[in-house]
Design a protein around this ligand. Structure first.
Ligand SMILES: *Cc1c(COP(=O)(O)O)cnc(C)c1O
Length: 430
């Protein structure tokens, strides 16, 4: 199996950030998410360098929903990253991480008035998803005596080759405003008293491994930009969204690098802005491609059962990693001890949740596995912990972050009291 540079095998033990996973699991307990901070920072700088070598006015906004831990947001903030936030919670976390409002964009297709008010109060630009939302934002900003800076979320109506549940720029998608209705939307915005249109935004989907959809989306965006300039709108930023995929199948799948991405997208952007005589900032919003491969999920084998299949019952299930159950996602699994042993058996790795669909990985060739062994599920840094739940009343696990060979907790494990603590007895039961 091909491993990224921050993972390795030493004396048969899988390592992350130079530390062996078996010792990490013994010290911090399982299940356990372990993240290499330095890997995330390296990838952020790869994006930044690839873009700025072609166009100087660039912002990389990390899509916080991929992994919202404050330690990750803080690490990226200190390197100069912005953030794309999708809720008041993500907005608050990004501010707590030290990301200034001018490096944030508040996205979302269903924002409440409280969400809009928070964005306006904090001077965070808003990506507006409908005219209904625009008029509510105008009202909210007026009430607060402020002007809201906005972009509209463009739906470029592109058929993107990815899982249908993570394609967001289809004509039928719930996100954004159809590209042909966008000039009309900006005209409405110009008519609002407390709105200042200053950017334009799109995001076409996730886990996209082909650069062509990004090129097409950029072309659509630059055509719209020309219309907006003609309307007299001062475009401060053009945000092309995130969505670059990663090679979950090690060795058989490949993903474009940030360099390859920039080589395709930036020339379309620069040609258009030069022709228009404008110098807006170029924004992108990578999530998965910054954090996915930084993290392994370590899970302990409770039991092995020979039945219709060889089942390996582990202590993490779709409560902690829902992607396989939700999107049929593939994650590589590795025996963390004896990682270099030859595969001898075919195993299906199943979690502790009371659902037949609680399968982390099907029919994998692995060395012989026994109760007590440790399995590492790779590439779990994006939409892993972030999508976890307490289903079956299972407390969520801890998260550890590693920086230059030192591990530290970035989230303690929940206890049963964390689950019961928000519950209340109705008066007729006391
Ligand atoms: C989810 C999302 C992203 C990040 O997508 P990735 O596939 O993780 O890169 C960026 N922008 C918006 C608006 C999103 O909803």
């Amino acid at each position: 199996m091909i491993l990224p540079p921050h993972l390795g095998i030493r004396d048969g033990l899988l390592t992350i950030g130079g530390l062996d996973c078996v010792s990490l699991a013994d010290r911090f307990g399982t299940p356990l998410y372990v993240t290499d901070q330095d890997r995330i920072v390296d990838l952020f700088h790869a994006y930044k360098a690839a873009l700025t070598s072609r166009y100087t006015r660039v912002k990389v906004l990390y899509a916080a929903k991929a992994n919202g831990n404050l330690a990750i947001l803080t690490a990226l903030s200190r390197e100069g990253a912005g953030a794309d936030v999708f809720s008041s919670g993500e907005l608050s976390l990004a501010l707590a991480a030290g990301i200034s409002p001018d490096r944030l964009l508040f996205n979302g297709s269903s924002k409440s008035r409280a969400d809009l008010a928070l964005a306006v109060e904090k001077d965070v630009p808003v990506s507006v998803d409908s005219l209904d939302e625009l008029f509510q934002l105008d009202e909210v900003a007026g009430r607060l005596g402020k002007t809201a800076r906005i972009a509209f979320r463009v739906n470029p109506a592109l058929d993107v080759p990815t899982h249908p549940k993570i394609a967001t720029g289809l004509a039928t998608s719930k996100f954004g405003i159809a590209h042909h209705l966008i000039p009309g939307a900006y005209r409405e915005a110009l008519g609002c008293t407390h709105i200042r249109p200053c950017g334009i935004h799109c995001h076409i989907g996730s886990q996209i491994l082909d650069l062509e959809p990004f090129r097409k989306a950029t072309e659509v965006m630059m055509r719209i930009a020309a219309d907006l300039v003609a309307m007299g709108i001062d475009l401060e930023f053009i945000d092309l969204g995130g969505g670059l995929g990663i090679p979950y199948r090690h060795g058989t799948e490949t993903a474009p690098t940030p360099e390859e991405y920039a080589a395709v997208v930036v020339p379309v952007f620069t040609q258009a802005v030069e022709a228009l005589g404008i110098t807006p900032e170029l924004w992108i919003e990578p999530g998965r491609s910054l954090v996915a491969d930084s993290t392994v999920l370590l899970t302990r084998v409770n039991s092995v059962k020979k039945a219709h299949k060889n089942f390996v019952n582990v202590d993490a299930g779709f409560n902690l990693l829902v992607r396989p159950a939700m999107y049929d996602s593939y994650h590589e699994v590795v025996a963390a001890r004896g990682a270099d042993r030859v595969p001898e058996e075919t195993y299906t790795i199943t979690g502790p949740i009371c659902e037949s669909g609680d399968i982390l990985a099907s029919d994998r060739r692995l060395p012989v596995i026994r109760a007590g062994d440790l399995i590492a599920v790779l590439d779990t840094g994006a939409y892993g912990f972030a999508m976890s739940s307490q289903y079956n009343s299972r407390p969520r696990c801890a998260e550890v972050i590693i920086h230059r060979g030192t591990p530290a907790l970035m989230r303690r494990a929940e206890t049963i009291e964390d689950i019961t603590g928000t519950m209340r007895s109705p008066p007729w039961q006391s």
